[in-house]
Design a protein around this ligand. Structure first.
Ligand code: ARG
Length: 277
């Protein structure tokens, strides 16, 4: 009998998060948002705190962005920029309701001395950009179709000096790349093929032959909206099936409850931006 021994190695990360003190569902800009459904702000903060503590306990560094009243989606810190090799490509939000978040992120990075590149194209940061440092020498995967516009992919490539692979999202429920695809370590990804055009599915299959393939239940439970350090995979507790799949190939799933933030159309990854030096 052949036993495959997957040695998964965690790498220490630096993250940015923003407390959901002012979180609410006051407008609907994605199919998950229902302005008539009540949101429990106290529970939201509690669940978010557990998420932050989980990262800290894993040994990661978590920076905090100050939440602003009137910006209820600011908790989804992943959308404010995309950081690779110490360079920050800023966001330019599609919807007016979130536009002001970009300046808050920019101020954070500038105050910390990061090299900031201002965008002139619509893009929602890590919502639509993922980075896989050991895949093909360092690859940026980028989504378009709902939020980020295609010219932003070229702009990101010029800003960051890494090849960008454009992937077309085709299902409005999966309006950002990070709800349909995630890096699970430095070289591999997990994704839900049905969120992508047939051509983009082909591209992903060619680039990532060993990818973990997610199913309908995984994606609907926001399981793909995960954060991994290479070993520990923090993901929505509803995504039990995906947790099992990841465990079977040597990862260590860490489920967290984020029922309230799901009402805004987000989960683990949406709340966490990675700052890559
Ligand atoms: N309500 C937010 C929006 O529609 C959710 C953003 C989720 N963030 C993410 N990285 N997918 O813009």
């Amino acid at each position: 009998m052949v036993t495959v021994n997957h040695q998964r190695v965690p790498r220490k990360r630096t993250y940015l998060m923003c407390s959901p003190e002012h979180f609410a569902v006051e407008y609907a800009i994605n199919p998950w948002m229902d302005v008539t459904a009540p949101v429990d702000t106290e529970l939201t903060v509690k669940q978010w705190d557990r998420l932050r503590e989980t990262l800290v306990q894993l040994g990661h560094e978590v920076h905090l962005l100050t939440p602003e009243r009137g910006l209820p989606d600011m908790v989804y810190a992943a959308n404010g920029a995309f950081v690779v090799d110490g360079a920050v490509y800023g966001a330019q939000f599609k919807h007016e309701q979130r536009a002001a978040e970009a300046a808050a992120h920019r101020a954070f990075y500038e105050s910390q001395g990061w090299r900031f590149i201002a965008p002139s194209e619509t893009n929602e940061g890590e919502g639509d950009f993922a980075y896989v440092p050991e895949a093909h020498g360092g690859l940026i995967l980028a989504g378009h179709g709902f939020r980020t516009e295609l010219p932003a992919h070229a702009e990101a490539q010029e800003a960051l000096g890494r090849p960008v692979v454009s992937l077309r999202l085709v299902d409005p429920r999966f309006y950002h790349l990070d709800v349909a695809l995630a890096a699970i370590d430095d070289a591999n990804i997990v994704y839900f093929p049905g969120a992508f055009s047939a051509a983009s599915q082909k591209v992903l299959a060619q680039l990532f032959p060993d990818a973990v393939i997610a199913d309908d239940a995984d994606v609907m439970a926001f399981g793909l909206n995960l954060v991994s350090d290479g070993l520990n995979v923090v993901l929505n507790s509803e995504a039990a099936g995906l947790a099992e799949k990841l465990e079977a190939v040597g990862y260590h799933p860490m489920p967290v409850e984020l029922s309230e933030l799901k009402k805004g159309g987000g989960s683990v990854k949406c709340c966490i931006a990675e700052l890559r030096r």
